[in-house]
Design a protein around this ligand. Structure first.
Ligand code: CU
Length: 245
């Protein structure tokens, strides 16, 4: 039942998918299991579940408040009715199983989603990222470098291989529902699926120093052809050799 309510309340997310279909590359992109949609789905699921649980608790509590309220001259005030052992056990066991079942369902979905997020599609563009106080430095497969601006083609999965030259940073693109730490001496990764042209904010999700809040950039999603042209032009301008991504 929760799933059905969840589905009906996720209309906003569905209409977003419908809008994505307008762009030609979106069809190819839909073949890849995009974790961003999964995060949204799980988030709605959690909101719906805690709302239902909250309403149930409020109703039961309100009923008890009225049912067992103090009445003038009632000698039984302050003494609860005695429960049979079976009723006492049921009052503990049934709610525990109901809530535990819901917790396990959410946890299992979260685990599946995490695996999806860690499983990078084979057909992808890889960009290296070195973060530092206070910038995001990207290097494309052909050697083109950019700072605080990650241009990507629409409809293709993008993977970032990340490290840091100084301290802990966290590359966060809220629109794509991805955030991952970058740190010195270690390679971490993230991937996301830009479906249609547009601009998205990148910000640092880990407090990394006095100028942390200035560590912002953007992801610019371009139509695939336009991206290729830009990358070739940049390669020529920056004087880097090598094949285009
Ligand atoms: Cu930072």
């Amino acid at each position: 039942m929760l799933r059905r309510i969840g589905a009906s309340l996720s209309l906003a997310a569905l209409s977003w998918h419908a809008a994505a279909a307008d762009y030609p590359a979106a069809a190819a992109a839909r073949a890849i299991k995009d974790p961003a949609a999964g995060w949204d789905h799980l988030w709605h699921e959690v909101l719906i579940d805690i709302t239902i649980i909250g309403v149930i608790f409020a109703l039961v509590m309100t009923y008890f408040l009225i049912r067992y309220r103090r009445k003038p001259g009632d000698p039984k005030t302050g003494s609860a009715p005695k429960l049979s052992p079976a009723a006492a056990v049921a009052w503990v066991v049934i709610p525990v199983f109901v809530f535990l079942a819901d917790d396990l369902y959410i946890a299992a979905n979260g685990w599946a989603l995490w695996n999806n997020f860690r499983d990078v599609p084979a057909d992808r563009m890889e960009v290296r990222l070195e973060s530092g106080m206070y910038s995001w430095d990207y290097t494309y497969p052909n050697g083109v470098r950019t700072q605080n601006e990650l241009r990507v083609p629409a409809g293709k999965a993008v993977m970032l291989r990340m490290t840091s030259r100084d301290t802990l940073h966290s590359h966060w693109i809220p629109d794509f529902r991805v955030k991952e730490d970058s740190m010195p001496g270690r390679i971490t990764y993230m991937w996301f699926l830009p479906k249609q042209p547009g601009e998205h904010i990148v910000t640092c999700g880990a407090y990394c120093g006095i100028m942390h809040s200035y560590m912002a950039g953007k992801v610019i999603v371009l139509p695939a052809e336009e991206f290729k042209t830009w990358l070739d032009q940049e390669a020529a301008r920056q004087g880097v050799a090598g094949k285009t991504a």
